[in-house]
Design a protein. Structure first.
Length: 512
């Protein structure tokens, strides 16, 4: 269906909505992307930015609404069809194949074939060299991508997009893992692309970048469009207010049951970044948690929150430094086994790949981190395993027809309760929660909130990461804000506002 073509608008989303398992990720979004411009899109974690981009680039073929390209409605069944129409996306997590060469990555799936039917590597290398020169990158197209720094890998991704003759290039957090010098090179590339008439869609949390590179800025919040403006008509603080303004009345509020007793403390924790020499994913972070207290950790993508919890739990002993204290005594944690033995549990962000073995039963899943408690004479006791599982099913109100039910068959909220039960079975003194309500519905969220409050009332020290500002403000007694690996602010819950927290979370590398 042909639609009227607006001047300079090359791509449109018209009334686009998308839901996952009943949870609406996008709600009636309309957006215009202009050729020869940097079209910036910002919003908190979970605002819907990446979901919208995946629809525009064919990753998600099913949605409500319309996509309009050059004035004509289009549908993409997959990313290849979007690429054929000139739309390329560079994901935050680079999609390169490390052991293949630069040229093989640039032309992956579209290799040059000679008359003999064999791959014409010389032609591929020559064309890759030509594209890389336009991007001011002088490297051998024959070397493996694994030998390049992250910033250069980012440029290889851009070269791949250019090799498609892309007219629209979507960049999802392109500066999250590169140096300041590499950022300047990237900005130069973006300016060159827009000068050639390419439309660049630029997703970022770094608001200082917007005022250097963007022509327009669009703000999303909770899956809805808040507004779009030329960059000259907005301010840093104005964007922050647009990002965070929402009602928090529907969130559960935790009771204050914290005691004066500090159970757990971390001093000057550091974690070297494996991809950026001399840089740190966690940089001199210190914190303490009292019995019955929920300490909230808030930050945007790349802030280092998950990396901090992983470091505490002993997952990166060769790259980390800092001191850990339990009940005032310094302790050394060099592995997850050390952490568990010292009374620390860790509910990871991705329950399906890191927290559960989906083919296991509820009972087996709950016992997984504390098998010694269900053993008799070196053998697993099904009777003990089932008995312990029934206790936790009752205590946590896990909805399952049986403790022998396969955990994959449970709802997301009940799967999350099984993960929490697994760690409670280890009898922890400290519980680390990384996004404990991600991907579950509002009723399940409220059940998790009540469970966290009950655990705090029982005296556990809890550290909770959340990307949802209303959630962290409702659940946490204190909030530590992180940005680019560093601790940037700390608030008592009574002093915290969404705007104060977001200001501390947004990287402010340059004055604006």
């Amino acid at each position: 269906m042909a639609l009227s073509k607006t001047d300079n608008v090359v791509l449109q989303a018209v009334d686009v909505s998308k839901a996952f398992g009943g949870i609406k990720a996008l709600d009636n979004i309309s957006l215009e992307i202009c050729a020869g411009k940097v079209n910036a899109i910002v919003g908190e974690n979970g605002a819907g930015k990446s979901t919208l981009m995946k629809i525009l680039s064919g990753v998600y073929p099913e949605y409500e609404g319309r996509i309009v390209l050059d004035g004509r409605e289009v549908t993409f069944a997959n990313p290849a069809e979007a690429q054929d129409s000139g739309i390329a996306i560079i994901h935050q997590e680079l999609n390169l194949i490390p052991h293949l060469s630069v040229a093989e990555n640039v032309f992956l799936g579209r290799e040059f074939v000679g008359r003999t039917g064999l791959i014409d590597y010389k032609a591929m290398h020559d064309e890759t060299t030509r594209i890389l020169k336009t991007l001011e990158l002088d490297i051998d197209p024959r070397i493996a991508v694994s030998g390049l720094r992250v910033g250069r890998q980012q440029v290889v991704e851009i070269a791949h997009a250019l090799s498609l003759d892309a007219r629209i290039v979507i960049m999802d957090e392109p500066t999250s893992a590169i140096s300041d010098h590499e950022i300047e090179i990237l900005f130069g590339i973006i300016r060159s692309l827009t000068a050639q008439g390419v439309a660049v869609v630029y997703i970022t949390h770094k608001l200082d970048e917007l005022f250097q590179i963007a022509d327009t800025v669009t703000v999303l919040r909770d899956g809805k469009l808040v507004g779009s403006s030329p960059i000259g008509e907005v301010t840093h603080d104005g964007i922050v207010r647009m990002m965070v303004g929402r009602d928090t009345k529907d969130f559960f509020v935790k009771a204050d049951v914290a005691t004066p007793d500090v159970v757990f403390a971390v001093s000057k924790m550091r974690l070297a970044d494996p991809d950026r020499k001399g840089q740190y994913a966690v940089d001199h972070v210190s914190l303490e948690v009292k019995a019955g207290e929920v300490l909230g950790l808030f930050g945007l993508m790349g802030a280092g929150r998950t990396e901090l919890l992983e470091t505490i739990f002993g997952l990166h002993p060769d790259r980390s430094s800092g001191d850990i204290f339990l009940n005032g005594c310094q302790t050394e944690i060099k592995s997850p086994s050390d952490a568990i033995n010292r009374g620390i549990g860790f509910v990871t962000e991705d329950r399906k790949t890191e927290g559960l073995v989906l083919g296991m039963s509820v009972a087996a899943s709950i016992s997984l981190a504390s098998l010694e408690q269900t053993e008799r004479f070196g053998f697993l006791s099904t009777r003990l395993e089932n008995g312990r599982a029934r206790d936790y099913v009752k205590r946590l109100s896990i909805k399952t027809p049986s403790v022998r039910q396969i955990v994959e068959n449970l709802s997301g909220g009940n799967q999350q309760k099984v993960v929490i039960a697994k760690w409670l079975a280890t009898d922890p003194r400290v519980l680390l929660l990384d996004e404990p309500t991600r991907g579950i519905d509002i009723n399940a969220k409220n059940e998790i909130y009540k469970l966290i409050s009950e655990l705090a009332r029982a005296g556990l020290a809890i550290v909770m990461v959340s990307s949802e500002l209303p959630e962290i403000m409702a659940i946490a007694d204190r909030i530590i804000v992180m940005s680019e690996g560093r601790q940037t602010a700390e608030f008592e819950s009574s002093q915290a506002t969404e705007e104060l927290i977001m200001k501390a979370a947004i990287p402010r590398g340059l004055a604006v």
